[in-house]
Design a protein around this ligand. Structure first.
Ligand code: 13P
Length: 254
């Protein structure tokens, strides 16, 4: 099964709109051909319109970092999936560990958001991952299985096969302490097994699974060489054009 590698940046709450504009202008013609790797930058909602308009004619896709499950209503400060789609946004990160930890997002909420994202034509990048304590207690597979069984439940088959799932061990995020390629492969395979259990192996074979956690241009190749790792979700190393482009050039067909 050939899956198109997918490298996505997660800017989190970084860069000003001015800096985002400079990044987009500089990166637009440096993105490799779309038959080799797919590229996306997921940015704060305040930056999305600027990024979409500056990358319209490029190979770079734009994603959001969160959305609400309703398309409109009395939800002060929230981000509508309908509006994101209307802006030309393609992806939305859901259930990042920082949203789970600091904003108390539950698996049930993430599931509602995933369904809403698909309903409005967005593709969710659903995140899962264990804490250091859980990793050390050898509970990682159980933890992500429990998360994903709820996060991705109840989708149509044609939605499920478009899913992107990011396995991000919390202890590897922003720490410089990346997972070994053996752990990344084992966990991404475990993610695929959960999808297969729910939606069947044919769907699982199509779903793209990313590893995330201290990925950088020097370690990306070893993750991309793992059979079940189809790409990466990258924080810090996606903030600079050179580094982001190097990540894309280090990717290869799975
Ligand atoms: P870092 O690449 O900075 O470790 O962040 C990973 C991450 O959280 C991507 O979503």
């Amino acid at each position: 099964m050939t899956r198109l590698p997918f490298i996505a940046g997660n800017w989190k709450m970084n860069l000003t709109v001015k800096e985002a504009r400079e990044f987009a202008k500089e990166v637009a013609d440096k993105i490799p051909a779309t038959d080799k790797v797919e590229a996306a930058i997921c940015a704060p909602s305040t930056h999305l319109e600027t990024l979409v308009s500056l990358t319209e004619n490029s190979n770079l896709n734009i994603g959001a970092e969160n959305c609400h499950f309703e398309k409109s209503g009395a939800f002060t400060g929230e981000i509508s999936p309908l509006t994101l789609a209307d802006l030309g946004v393609k992806y939305v990160i859901l259930g990042h560990s920082e949203r789970r930890e600091y904003f108390f997002e539950s698996d049930e909420l993430i599931n509602k958001k995933a369904k809403a994202a698909f309903e409005h034509g967005l593709v969710p990048i659903v995140c899962c991952g264990e804490t250091l304590e859980q990793y050390e207690a050898s509970q990682a597979v159980d933890v992500i299985t429990k998360q994903l069984k709820v996060d991705i439940a109840g989708l149509e088959k044609d939605q499920a096969e478009k899913l992107v799932i990011a396995y991000e061990p919390i202890w590897a995020i922003g720490t410089g302490k990346s997972a070994t390629k053996e752990d990344a492969q084992k966990m991404c395979k475990a993610v695929r097994d959960v999808v297969a259990d729910i939606y069947g192996q044919d769907v699982a074979d199509k779903v793209r699974i990313q590893y995330g956690g201290s990925v950088n241009p020097t370690n990306i190749a070893e993750y991309m060489a793992c059979p079940d790792v189809d790409g990466a979700l990258v924080g810090g190393a996606s903030l600079k054009v050179d580094s982001f482009v190097a990540l894309l050039e280090g990717g290869k067909l799975a």
